[in-house]
Design a protein around this ligand. Sequence first.
Ligand code: NAI
Ligand code: COI
Ligand code: MG
Length: 347
Amino acid sequence: MRIAVFAGDGIGPEVTAEAVRVLEALQIDGLELVEGDVGGAAYRKHGHPLPAATLEIARSSDAILFGAVGDFSLDHLERALRPEQAVLGLRKELGLFANLRPATVFKGLEDLSTLRPEVAGKIDLLIVRELNGDVYFGEKGTRTLEDGRRQGWDMMSYAEDEVRRIAHAGFKAAQGRCGKLCSVDKANVLETSQLWRDVVIEVSAEYPDVELTHMYVDNAAMQLVKNPGAFDVIVTGNLFGDILSDQASMCVGSIGLLASASLAEGTFGLYEPIHGSAPDIAGKGLANPMATILSAAMLLRHSFGLEAEAARIEAAVAAALADGIKGGDLGGSAGTKEIGDAVLARL
Ligand SMILES: NC(=O)C1=CN([C@@H]2O[C@H](COP(=O)(O)OP(=O)(O)OC[C@H]3O[C@@H](n4cnc5c(N)ncnc54)[C@H](O)[C@@H]3O)[C@@H](O)[C@H]2O)C=CC1
Ligand SMILES: CC(C)CC(=O)C(=O)O
Ligand SMILES: [Mg+2]
């Protein structure tokens, strides 16, 4: 059981350290943790955000626990060298195409949400976000038009096989939950989305037990706040899924609570909080590590089939919250290590 630990930048090392403490406390037989450099930290040390040695550690591991990357002081670099390329590169190189981002309100903790408790209490949804395509991986550039104006451009596209495989992931996820799949797109404007919708409908023929609906992304953003309890599984593209999942995190309570799994075919996966490196609070011991701790639980469940251990971690996080252990992101005053201690004490 070899787990690569890539802590990264900003609050990445702070939150990852707490998740590692939780993993180690479980005393799982054969657990081996191997650290590697990613992001701005890797660029400063090795001149690249995703050095070959890190990629090698990733490839020789069974799963990756990832913190966050991003460092505003390196945003002047050419795009290929920016910290974010570490996570984008790992997703692409390792074929991590299915990003699962569950958003569920903790029972009895509806008041953590910025929504009214009776609305928030019904939230139990899963965003299945495509992670290897869309405008994030299309050709891009800046050019000067004939009249001298500068123009930035990014190519958005999806090939049918890319849509098909994430659609299957969405339908399968729905089969394991309440049997409802909502495909989110912008087919009223974008050709990329029209193909997305056509292919999702084609794939739906193989899943007669799943109720498929379609929604434009602008409406989905509104419905997530109005009636989030109506969603079971949302399947969507890379860009829309990125945005909607940050929104869903606030419906639950905080971005510091939402975990994710980025999966390839098979059991390999990268597990990370949905948040970034939070430079505004980095180095102060203020970050909420719960999203990373919950990502470690997803890792144990998806990559190793350790359901009982995963459930133990999730229960410990829920118990800590129920006992009032809250970080600043939730209006509390607990620091990163204090939250880690509280989860460990309830394992
Ligand atoms: N997967 C990754 O590594 C990601 C990296 N990024 C990068 O992170 C950097 C910062 O991006 P932002 O847009 O500011 O997004 P962010 O998610 O890092 O932070 C947004 C806001 O949420 C707060 N926040 C985030 N995580 C928190 C936690 N665990 N506990 C308490 N508060 C938390 C931050 O303090 C900030 O106010 C950028 O360089 C960005 O590119 C952003 C998203 C994902
Ligand atoms: C490359 C990342 C910065 C994209 C992102 O925000 C995410 O995956 O949540
Ligand atoms: Mg994001």
